[in-house]
Design a protein around this ligand. Structure first.
Ligand SMILES: Cc1ncc(COP(=O)(O)O)c(C=O)c1O
Length: 487
């Protein structure tokens, strides 16, 4: 009987794995600091220019394209890496606008804080949804319109002073670059514990604020990629903490409608810290949200930051050099989409549709003996632990490469290891043995991707199966185009 070579259960170093070497060789991903540096001919050849390190977006799309993915062939692929919701019709949702007006005034620049009527519509929606009967109400002066969520986050990061800024691991990939790019702020990580379902311990945070001198805290809530959410009494505690400790809490609430209740009567409820703020101009709580996920309009690039008036004037200044403001005609077209009755209908249909997709994907994963240890209660992501799979597909990068061969895209967990200076062996990352699966795409695409996962697992679980994995990855990258819808 021939003895098959059996890969070691766990990698000791990233250099042992082809998938990890390909990652390191792509521009901007060379290790810095403690790990010996390799010279990469793809980068640092333009005088004075340094790659910031690609977000998961660029890396995953480049790797998919090296494996034959293109817009033309995208129907053959299952993109479970997709960081956007399906944008087409879903049952009972109001129809999306297909044409927009472009009045002459809208040919001019819009103000860097946005069109006043849209700012008013945002303030009105938040007051209507979360602040009925409260004395302090939002006005347009509390709202800054921004050209997309990442612009909003960059505008905010650009106005953070020379202070300790706390963030958690894992969280949304772009925080890595945003927290690294603005050099005044000093990022301070906290790793959330899988055993504790990635829960942010508010009491511990209160202590950290005192002992470490934290002045700003940033988090996505609901959280990408774990699908967990801080809500109700706990969210109130977090808002109280911001007020009592005078710590600015920035909550990225892009998935505030993607909440999946157990009981039918709870459908239609969304989650926002706006509910627990006492004085909208005093409480140091900053909300970032927009049309990208909740309205399922990622292409519009119309989003907002809500906070005290004095924050909005600062954001106007950072917007004037960073991005110059959101598209004027689309800001006008967005106003009717914020009408509370329309929002109610949209939210309800979205929650029912996405809850059914979540339950479907979880059931199929369970049938494949891929138990999701911390199932999502919100967002459209599943944070999947691969540790119990046979080596070498028990790490996110190798699992990702094997699925590319099957025309399926997932996102390796390491991209959610917000680590602004990238000083660790990838295998030591707490996110190394995870992937993020998205149930943003339509159900047919989800099934196509799950079929591909099933094929890979079948092969891996066969006698001698694992030796077919971990090598043979295509390297050529035809075009550096970025398909921004991955993360
Ligand atoms: C938590 C979170 N915030 C912000 C964004 C980005 O929004 P936008 O595409 O509008 O820049 C995303 C998108 O993936 C996200 O997951």
């Amino acid at each position: 009987m021939t003895r098959h070579h059996k890969p070691a259960k766990h990698l000791k170093h990233e250099s042992e794995s082809e998938a990890h070497r390909i990652f390191r060789e792509s521009a901007g991903h060379a290790p810095k600091g403690l790990i010996p540096q390799t010279v990469n001919p793809d980068e640092e050849t333009v005088p004075g220019i340094q790659h910031p390190g690609s977000t998961g977006v660029i890396y995953c799309s480049d790797r998919a394209m090296a494996n034959g993915f293109s817009y033309a062939s995208s129907h053959e692929w299952a993109n479970l890496g997709q960081g956007a919701p399906e944008v087409g019709a879903i049952p009972d949702a109001p129809p999306k606008p297909r044409t927009i007006d472009v009045p002459e005034d809208s040919l001019e620049y819009a103000p860097t804080t946005g069109v006043k009527e849209l700012r008013e519509a945002v303030a009105n929606l938040y007051n209507h949804t979360y602040r009925q009967g409260k004395e302090s109400q939002y006005t347009y002066e509390n709202v800054c319109i921004v050209p997309g969520g990442r612009s909003g986050l960059s505008r905010v990061a650009a106005v953070i002073g020379d202070v300790y800024t706390s963030y958690q691991i894992p969280d949304y990939t772009a925080y890595d670059q945003v927290l690294g790019a603005f050099k005044r702020l000093v990022p301070v990580p906290t790793t959330l514990d899988a055993e504790d379902s990635y829960h942010l311990n508010i009491q511990q945070t209160r202590k950290d604020i005192r002992t470490q001198g934290l002045q700003v805290l940033i988090a996505s809530n609901p959280r990408n990629p774990t699908g967990q959410v801080i809500r109700d009494g706990e969210l109130k505690e977090l808002v109280d903490l911001a007020r009592d400790t005078t710590t600015t809490v920035i909550l990225d609430e892009f998935y505030s409608w993607y909440i999946y209740p157990e009981n039918d009567e709870d459908f239609g409820k969304s989650v926002s810290s706006a509910e627990f703020i006492q004085d909208v101009n005093q409480d140091p709580v900053v909300i970032v949200d927009g049309l990208t996920k909740n309205w399922r309009l990622p292409g519009w690039r119309v989003c907002w930051v809500i906070g005290p008036k004095n924050l909005v004037t600062a954001l106007s200044q950072s917007g004037s050099f960073l991005d110059g403001g959101a598209n004027h005609p689309l800001q006008l077209a967005a106003i009717p989409l914020l009408e509370p009755e329309r929002v109610k209908q949209e939210k309800l249909s979205l929650q029912k549709h996405f809850k059914a997709k979540r339950d479907h994907v979880l059931a199929r994963l369970e049938a494949l003996q891929l138990k999701v240890k911390v199932p999502p209660r919100a967002t459209f992501y599943i944070w999947l632990d691969l540790e119990d799979l046979p080596a070498p597909i028990n790490n996110g990068l190798t699992f990702f490469e094997e699925l590319l061969k099957e025309k399926t895209i997932v996102i390796p967990g390491i991209f959610f290891d917000i680590n602004p200076s990238h000083r660790r062996n990838l295998v030591d990352s707490p996110c190394h043995h995870f992937v993020r699966l998205s149930f943003g795409p339509p159900r047919e695409d989800l099934d196509k991707g799950l079929d591909a996962i099933e094929r890979v697992l079948k092969r891996a679980r066969k006698e001698g199966g694992p030796r077919h994995f971990g090598h043979g990855y295509k390297k050529s990258i035809d075009s550096p185009t970025t398909l921004t819808h991955f993360v």
